[in-house]
Design a protein around this ligand. Structure first.
Ligand code: NAP
Length: 247
């Protein structure tokens, strides 16, 4: 994919899938502004890896669930690189637990980071993209947003919400040269899934038709395609990258 001259904002770019997306876009020549919640070391390491690929990087500490910080992330990217062509809403968290035992605060935290965060970042770039009549927005949903999962009512709600939001904004921006799509990963090896108990990991793995977990790079390739010029006639879609889990 050729992203020469393009600027991407990738939320949660310090680790896992976000990091792989940053590197994939940088490999194609994009300038990348990545944000992180608190892991400065990982963010600086990703920024250095982007620069080692010959692209420009900017690491910004930003809680995407805070409107002022989301706006500041986008304005810092514009200040550094001139504009924003691509937004990848990847930042996400889990606070798992069965409904009966789930504290309200855990529901709110997951909805704020995963759903409201994507809303605020889309709001921060929309005017810019409409004015330029060009934009690619890719939102990270999940197989859990498509199928649900016991112990994840908060996370499933946030990821199903991301799909509804993606399709709605795709309709709002379809005539403006801006596409809005979602990628729904299955079980991908990152810090997020490393936190799962072994029995749960084995159970999930048994439900994957391909019989193995995915890698962050598997997801990054799909995100990069939807962020590319070649995907110009694709909008409002949800692309599962899950070894066949959601079919
Ligand atoms: P991860 O390894 O846990 O990384 C999460 C990233 O999000 C980190 O960069 C973290 O920053 C950042 N982040 C968290 N809360 C944030 C906030 N409020 N503001 C800004 N950044 C924030 O996660 P992952 O597995 O790569 O997942 C990436 C995305 O894919 C998430 O949306 C997740 O729900 C989705 N997904 C993952 C899987 C999977 O199997 N891994 C499956 C389906 C969907 P710090 O480094 O500073 O903490």
């Amino acid at each position: 994919m050729n992203f020469a001259g393009r600027t991407a904002v990738v939320t949660g770019g310090s680790r896992g899938i976000g990091r792989a997306v940053c590197l994939e876009l940088a490999r194609g020549g994009a300038n990348v502004a990545l944000c992180y919640a608190g892991n400065e070391t990982a963010a600086q390491e990703t920024a250095a890896a982007i620069e080692a690929l010959g692209a420009k990087a900017l690491a910004v500490r930003c809680d995407v669930s805070d409107a002022a910080q989301a706006e500041s992330l986008v304005s810092q990217a514009v200040e550094a690189f001139g504009t924003v062509d691509i937004l990848v809403n990847n930042a996400g968290i889990t606070r798992d637990g069965l409904l009966m035992r789930m504290p309200e605060a855990d529901f709110d935290a997951v909805i704020s980071a995963n759903l409201k965060g994507a809303f605020l970042c889309m709001k921060a770039v929309a005017r810019l993209m409409i004015r330029r009549k060009y934009g690619r927005i890719v939102n990270l949903s999940s197989v859990v947003g498509l199928r649900g999962n016991a112990g994840q009512v908060n996370y499933a709600a946030s990821k199903a919400g991301v799909i509804g939001m993606t399709k709605s904004l795709a309709k709002e921006l379809a005539s403006k040269g801006v596409t809005v799509n979602a990628v729904a990963p299955g079980f991908i090896e990152t810090d997020m899934t490393a936190a799962m108990q072994e029995a749960a990991r084995m159970a999930v793995q048994a439900s994957i038709p391909m019989g193995r977990p995915g890698a962050a790079e598997d997801v990054a390739h799909a995100v990069a395609f939807l962020a590319s010029e070649e995907a110009a006639y694709i909008t409002g879609q949800v692309l599962a990258v899950d070894g066949g889990m959601a079919m």
